[in-house]
Write a protein that binds this ligand. Structure first.
Ligand SMILES: [Zn+2]
Length: 447
């Protein structure tokens, strides 16, 4: 049965206290709204000294030069897909941004890793030191005594799954995993390469890692029956990750064994500087308990969750989805209301338009409290990162720089807790938030 609120698991009382302090701490005289939409900062390319040699007319010609740090020369076929373009004179020059297969066989103590992406992104991965095994937890001599906190087992009624090998606390790293394959999303979805080319490039990428990895990947769940078997495995098991600021699909052998649950006990994060995925517990987990994460974004009502999960080809039967109708419908009502508040706070500049500053801030305060209570009731603790940012921005929109700053601080605190304090796509969002806070403070100073 679904037990909705394991309250003792989370420091809710502490969080609630902090929230009240934030809401009450400041008196309200402030300034006019500042509502400039802020674009996320764009990343700089840091090209390493290693560059790919572009070559012409030879679909799979090997590169004669040293491909270091890759263990094999990149495989760069000439694209023949519908969107591949040749030069007017009939010759064809391979654009620098066309995908190649890069392989590092030595990666992570010989696990190996193939990357299908543009030479620029591959160079940024190599240049960032992500291929070095030196300081990576779970790899190398210093970690010989290290035993994994998980097991991969057959789960009744499901395929395989991951279970806890020992008792875990909240926010403990259960698994650090490294990808065997990482493939640029636009390579998969675009039509620069033909389907046959895509299939053989993925095939080569995986075969280059050896028989053992090939067999391990082929043993993972497949769902589409696609002729391109590697793509089928990737679409069933892949994780959407950001590499060099660009969306990629990454395949982790153990990581892909973690099954879905709408009320999960773990979450995952990816750090592209170490090419590492971590599965982290959200609450204490008993030995033998199955470890789950949510394939869908958290917080959606039942019908939406099932729609989002459709591509994986299963109907979720987690405790939340199979709860009695009245329990589920209460949960759905709360979740829908929470999403409404999210939208309303996003338009906070229009909230109580024409009313006094004080009234507008009061209205936001009410919505913040209501949202927090719904998050608590639905146990959507990880969503606080996102909601705190929403709260901060709502206050900034009505010119309350003090509460804006206070919630930006909470956002950052939650971010450190969930993001592990390392580089992540969300850090850009955090930078933009702090820029917005500073701008609001400057406007306030001018008053
Ligand atoms: Zn479910």
């Amino acid at each position: 049965m679904f037990t909705p609120h394991p309250k003792h698991h989370h420091p809710w009382s502490h969080l609630r206290q902090t929230l009240f302090l934030l809401l009450l701490a400041f008196s309200s005289p402030t300034i006019h709204a500042s509502q400039h939409p802020r674009d996320l900062p764009t990343r700089d390319w840091t090209r390493s000294s290693w560059t790919v040699h572009h070559h012409h007319h030879h679909p799979t010609c090997p590169l004669p030069t040293d491909a270091s740090p890759w263990s094999l020369p990149p495989l760069c076929p000439e694209p023949v897909g519908d969107d591949a373009v040749g030069d007017a004179d009939g010759t064809w020059a391979r654009p620098a941004s066309t995908d190649c297969v890069f392989t590092a066989r030595h990666f992570r103590g010989g696990q190996g890793f193939s990357l299908i992406t543009t030479p620029e992104i591959a160079a940024s991965v190599a240049g960032s030191g992500a291929l070095d095994d030196g300081d990576v937890a779970g790899v190398g001599d210093s970690n010989l005594a290290w035993t994994p906190a998980y097991e991969i087992r057959d789960i009744p009624g499901r395929d395989k799954g991951m279970t806890a090998a020992s008792a875990l606390n909240g926010h403990e790293i259960i698994m650090t995993g490294f990808p065997v394959l990482v493939i640029r999303m636009d390579f998969v979805n675009g039509e620069v390469f033909s389907e046959g080319q895509k299939s053989s490039m993925m095939d080569v990428g995986l075969r280059r890692l050896g028989e053992e990895q090939w067999a391990a990947v082929m043993g993972l769940a497949k769902m589409s029956g696609d002729e391109n078997v590697v793509l089928d495995v990737l679409q069933t098991n892949g994780f959407g990750v950001d590499v060099g600021g660009v969306p990629h699909l990454a395949l982790f052998i153990d990581g892909s064994r973690v099954n879905h649950d709408c009320h999960p006990n773990a979450f995952w994060r990816f750090n592209s500087n170490r090419m590492a995925m971590e599965i982290v517990s959200l609450r204490p987990i008993q030995p033998g308990e199955e470890i789950t994460h949510s394939y869908a974004p958290l917080g959606y009502p039942h019908a939406d969750r099932q729609t989002i999960l459709q591509p994986w080809g299963f109907t979720c039967t987690c405790d939340l989805c199979t709860a009695p109708e009245e329990v589920r419908s209460l949960s759905d009502t709360r979740r829908s209301r929470l999403i409404d508040i999210h939208h309303t706070l996003g338009q906070a500049a229009d909230l109580g338009d024409g009313e006094s500053q004080e009234k507008r801030e009061k209205r936001i305060g009410e919505l913040v409290l209501e949202a927090f209570s719904l998050i608590e009731q639905e146990d959507l603790y990880p969503q606080l990162v996102e909601y705190y940012e929403r709260f901060a921005r709502a206050y900034l929109m009505v010119g309350d720089a003090k509460r804006g700053r206070a919630f930006a601080e909470e956002t950052e605190r939650m971010w450190l807790l969930f993001g592990g304090g390392e580089e992540h796509e969300y850090v850009d969002g955090l930078k933009a938030l702090w820029a917005a806070v500073k701008e609001a403070e400057e406007e306030q100073d001018e008053e």
